[in-house]
Design a protein around this ligand. Sequence first.
Ligand SMILES: OC[C@@H]1[C@@H](O)[C@H](O)[C@@H](O)c2[nH]c(CCc3ccccc3)c[n+]21
Length: 459
Amino acid sequence: MGVGKALTQKGSERMRQFPQGFLWGCATASYQIEGSPLSDGAGPSIWHRFSHTPGNVLGGDTGDVACDHYRRWRDDVVLMRELGIRAYRFSIAWPRVLPEGRGAVNENGLAFYGRLVDALLEADIIPFVTLYHWDLPGSLQDLGGWANRDVAGWFADYADVLFGRLGDRVHHWITLNEPWCVAHLGYILGQHAPGMRDLWAGLRAVHNLLLAHGRAVLAFRQRNMPEGRIGITLNFRPPHPGSQSEQDRAAARRAHAYHNRLFLDPIFTGRYPDPIVQWFKDSWPETLQSDQDVIRAPIDFLGVNYYTRNVVVHAPGTGLLHTRVIRQPGPHTAMGWEIYPEGLFELLLWIHQAYGSPVLYITENGAAFEDRPDPSGTVRDTDRLDYLRQHFVQAHRAIQEGVRLQGYFVWSLMDNFEWAHGYSKRFGIVYVDFGSQKRTIKQSGHWYCGVIARNGLEN
Ligand SMILES: OC[C@@H]1[C@@H](O)[C@H](O)[C@@H](O)c2[nH]c(CCc3ccccc3)c[n+]21
């Protein structure tokens, strides 16, 4: 598409038009919004255990209630229709469907997701289902969880149950959400469930997550669902060197390999990034030659989660990679993340050019700010609106350069349980009063509704 066509002049406004059929949406995750973690036969997840273990989550918050979506899902689909979103990315809680992680299916759990999918289709909203967004069944963690190579089979069997039961209505599947976070935050730093601090376990989790992803893709292909599309969602943090010194440039390369290429390279090339294998040499897991053929099973799209960049410098003996992040001047979100919209353009172009122009969806982008309703109950979150607008502009730039970006899911539909931060960080374009469970569309949500209706941005 030539630039001219995408920048239509309408009156004095310059429109940034997105391609016909571009899927504007919102994203959520099961443990963050549903509540009712043990209802109707569901088994406890590792996040149920982790949040109920004192000291792990700010303020002792848990997902016991969250946004009460397990009970309010009908009203929440009405809310999505009011926002005019074309697609909705949500995750299925593995322990609702298989309470023990394996074996007997819990029909009540499956029925909840079947009703939700039917309501979305009725509202003309396309479901994008994430099979795993961090809530592993506790009983599988008791067997080692992602550090146990058998998890690849457990995950593929779970995925296949869903392909069989929902595959007639769900045509977009994401195997894993951010396997980097699962391994790094859950098994190496211990900041997320299951709260382990074990480099050996963490690096084996990296490999087993990739194996599990590949086994699920192969199971999906076996089902032979021609309308179906399957991919994976990875988080990225483009690193910039804090100076042009060779030490800082090497530090940025290490951070880039670990944060951005650790999963991308095996999936697209069948090989781990050499700098990482060298860096972790004696603790790197034993792998089978045949593993790489499973891991690199072709996918239909890549989900990209982008929030910010990192500026890194060499820091001998510091952390896993001997790097330190340098806080930048300029605006940051409530998470302390630098607002750096150009990073989205850089990232999309890099993936496009370095990994064979895959179909991409931005499966998460958004910002936390201190939202306060005014006396009338209106939430004027202009900072979030500006954040989103600036990032939409960069996504549009990328499309102009030929990037095959086909959709954009704002994180998040509504304020929810922000992992170790509990309910202290709000990412929603809809405000949730967690006392009353009242939902209020924020100014950013009303603005987003307009963007979707025009399929573009006015200047
Ligand atoms: O932190 C906002 C969102 C989470 O609520 C989502 O569940 C998760 O998919 C997600 N990933 C990222 C970027 C990676 C990251 C995750 C957790 C903590 C810090 C960075 C940001 N977010």
